[in-house]
Design a protein around this ligand. Structure first.
Ligand code: SAH
Ligand code: SF4
Ligand code: F3S
Length: 455
């Protein structure tokens, strides 16, 4: 296989980002080299997302473009991986015979074997409840030339796969399967390997990290290990400057985990806690299993443990049956919590989900109006909160150079631009920065004191 080149285009969440890295490493191990030029690629992988209809349509239209491309380059192999691959399986090949390989979410580790044995139109989308995520140590030496592995100080670490929650709108339990946790020993080994390779910040990934180790019938976890316990173990790895995690379902958010924000020094003060709606009626129809009141209680507890914590969320507007009053409850929740930021979406029917069959669907115009109202108020609140940071000092981890300036990130996950940093400060270094200006989406900072070792 050596001498061939590949290109991976990744859609969707951080899980897919991490899976793309794994595929890139596997391809690097058998001699493939990454290219960013479509015309040069012998293998193109689309690592896809199916969370909303739009995400899926994007993939389908790109596959249409690739059909023409393959006509000009018949040797080109096209592979569809990720959540659309899992959801559609061989229907992809039936609709699009120019696709060579469909690789499901539990099959990525077989990628290179599948390519080797590949005849034509292969589909590997087995999804089993007792899936064991293999131990996989990132090897930056093999993947060095590969652009999928570029940032060498900030990495994702997948701790679990799948979800058992079956929120009524969500395709993830169908595309990622039943929830399985990775072994603690594999996670710790991978985290050590990352830190030894110079990684300064790790983000632990799972669809609902709070239930880590709880529902797993297949792992070798002997004693019950909670997510908070795992987090403390990873945080204790010497040299790890920052630790983050995503995502949490509020219903499973334990006091033990919230307490970590007071006690674990290198845990970044940012919590992404998707609320989805402020209306108890809608939350119940979504099958989220918490109430607005419980959500607010968790926010208060989090803020009591860590007053400076930044809280962000996800919101769906126009869920079936959401009336004007329900939507106002989402708006009032936004006022009450004052989220630092949020991702908000128009409800979208997904195949196999329960809400796809609900009546009382909301029309597109109403959904767009609600989204617009939510987003503009969120923008005002974000700006207001960003402005409250002016003249305060924060530790900022430098991420990259942008022209003559440098960009970094606070523990609260705010981007900070610097015009005055000299070249002795490198990506991965933490500097103390005074915020001098606040915009809608980013802050401007000036160096306060330079102390690279400080958190
Ligand atoms: N595991 C996370 C969510 C992962 S999906 C959690 O439980 O919170 C990311 C976000 O996509 C969700 O939080 C939700 O806001 C949005 N989303 C999921 N399904 C959707 C759908 N059918 N329509 C619109 N937005 C959706
Ligand atoms: Fe989807 Fe709900 Fe699972 Fe999140 S918790 S992945 S929204 S089913
Ligand atoms: Fe999308 Fe699958 Fe992630 S549906 S959001 S890529 S788990």
């Amino acid at each position: 296989m050596s001498g061939k080149s590949f290109l991976i285009k990744t859609f969707g969440c951080q899980m897919n980002d991490r899976d793309s890295e794994i595929m890139a490493q596997l391809l690097g191990e058998v001699g493939y080299v990454e290219t960013s030029v479509t015309d040069q690629a012998d293998l193109i992988i689309l690592n896809t997302c199916s969370i909303r209809a739009k995400a899926e349509q994007k993939v389908m239209s790109l596959l249409g473009v690739l059909r023409k491309h393959k006509k000009k380059k018949p040797g080109l192999k096209i592979c569809v991986a990720g959540c659309v691959a899992q959801q559609e399986g061989d229907r992809i090949i039936k609709k699009m015979p120019h696709v060579d390989l469909v690789v499901g979410t539990q099959n990525i580790y077989q990628l290179t074997d599948l390519l080797k044995d590949h005849e034509a139109n292969s589909v590997a989308t087995s999804l089993v409840a007792d899936y064991v995520i293999p131990a996989f140590i990132p090897d930056f030496t093999k993947g060095k030339e590969n652009k999928v592995l570029p940032v060498l100080f900030r990495k994702f670490l997948t701790i679990m796969q799948g979800c058992n929650n079956y929120c009524s709108y969500c395709v993830v339990p169908h595309t990622r399967g039943r929830e399985v946790s990775r072994k603690v020993s594999h996670i710790i080994e991978e985290a050590h390997a990352l830190v030894e390779a110079g990684i300064k910040e790790i983000t632990l990934l799972g669809q609902n990290v709070n239930s880590y180790g709880q529902t797993n019938s297949v792992s070798d976890i002997k004693d019950k290990v909670t997510f908070a316990g795992l987090l403390r173990e990873v945080a204790a790895i010497p040299g790890l400057k920052r630790l983050r995690f995503t995502t949490s379902n509020p219903k499973d958010l334990s006091d033990e985990l919230m307490c970590c924000f007071a006690e674990v020094e290198n845990l970044s003060p940012h919590f992404h806690l998707p609320v989805q709606s402020g209306s108890n009626k809608v939350l119940s129809a979504m099958h989220r299993k918490y109430t607005r009141e419980l959500y607010l209680e968790k926010i208060n507890t989090l803020r009591s443990y860590c007053p400076e914590i930044a809280i962000t969320t996800d919101v769906i507007v126009g869920f079936p049956g959401e009336n004007a009053e329900d939507f106002e409850e989402t708006m009032s929740l936004l006022e009450e919590v004052h989220f630092h930021g949020s991702y908000s979406f128009k409800y979208s029917d997904r195949p196999g989900t329960r809400s796809a069959d609900f009546s009382d669907k909301i029309d597109e115009k109403t959904k767009s109006e609600r989204l617009q109202r939510f987003q503009s108020r969120q923008d005002e609140i974000s700006l207001e909160q960003n402005k409250s940071y002016v003249d305060k000092v924060f530790p900022v981890m430098i991420e990259k150079n942008e022209g003559d300036s440098k960009v970094g990130r606070t523990g609260t996950n705010h981007l900070v631009h610097f015009a005055d940093l000299d070249n002795s400060i490198n990506p991965g270094d933490i500097v103390q920065a005074r915020i001098v200006h606040a915009g809608q989406h980013s802050l401007q900072g000036k160096l306060h004191i330079t102390n690279k070792d400080e958190i």
